[in-house]
Design a binder for this molecule. Sequence first.
Ligand SMILES: CC(C)(COP(=O)(O)OP(=O)(O)OC[C@H]1O[C@@H](n2cnc3c(N)ncnc32)[C@H](O)[C@@H]1OP(=O)(O)O)[C@@H](O)C(=O)NCCC(=O)NCCS
Length: 342
Amino acid sequence: MLRQQDVGHRIVVRRIVGIREGRPLFSDALGELVELSETHLTLSTAQGQLRVPVTQVHRAKRVPPTRRPTAAAVVALERAADEAWPAPTRGQLGDWLLRSADGWSGRANSALPIGDPDRPLPAAVDAVERWYADQGQPPIINTPLPLAAPVGAELDARGWAARPPVLVQTAPLPLRPLPISGPPPTTAPSGTAGDQPGIAVEASGRWRGAVVELATAPSADWLAVAAGRKGGLPDAARHVLTAVGQVRFAHVYVDGTLVAVGRGTVTGQGRWLGLSLIEVVPVARRQGLAGRVIHELAGWGVSVGATHAFLQVEQHNTAAVALYQRLGFATHHTYLTRVAPH
Ligand SMILES: CC(C)(COP(=O)(O)OP(=O)(O)OC[C@H]1O[C@@H](n2cnc3c(N)ncnc32)[C@H](O)[C@@H]1OP(=O)(O)O)[C@@H](O)C(=O)NCCC(=O)NCCS
């Protein structure tokens, strides 16, 4: 059972939430113990505070803390992510990055407020507004949290809107294998897409004919998928997609049709495999193709020395979040895309 010295620590509580056919029904809650009295315990959970009468507590114990990344780790990962998605037009405000790519994608058209902007915060936000006005674009700032919480507070005060939260997730390489039915994958001597050198691996199951090809350049079909997903493909988009030293474009063709794509980059002094634009056409979903694409990109990442993988996913994208969780990804930090009022 818990004692006062457990207050402030992470605990798991198994509580009795009802009785069915004479047997207790249990529910587990995980969070930080904020208060322990003779009658109740109060937990701070990811969903908010939870007050549990001690009479409902079946079992409770302390569990190891979640390891929050250090500010330096968040900065390093954000910089690796910036390298992996390079905006062609760039500026700097002290340590802050200013990025523009003809409006193509939020990340490449937003300021990244990490480090010292070399001026007071209100003046820094004013300068961001001016820089984007000069580009003829709306000012956008991506705030990694909790690192950039002070910037977020300044933007709240100015009435900036927030887009849905994005999870920045990481996993150690090699990735956790996914259970795959059918024969084990085989590596073909050479796989090409658009005549680029690459690696080819057979898929299995119903999509047995599917081959994951890793190419150093995207095919026209691949670019069409990216255009569909992100709304068009200005010249700046090609730069964002291809201007990375280590990059691979995954293509999966079935009967001559491109059914799955993905992009992998290795940045951050060779440490980080970045995964982006993972997409499977609706008719080919839940056949293991996204898992196969990610594993092929991860295998390539390992072969060039990457030790960890990262990706960015909107919190409400439940399919993708479930997929990444199965592959061993966990949230490193989150960010909010903040947009200036018109
Ligand atoms: C997310 C997406 C890429 C998944 O592709 P997929 O080929 O269907 O995924 P897989 O078949 O490899 O899924 C492997 C596992 O991930 C999980 N998963 C995938 N899609 C899921 C869904 N819709 N709901 C719940 N779990 C899901 C399951 O655990 C699944 O294993 P299972 O089918 O044995 O249960 C696909 O839904 C997609 O293209 N969505 C639109 C684009 C997108 O959101 N991309 C990600 C951006 S970050």
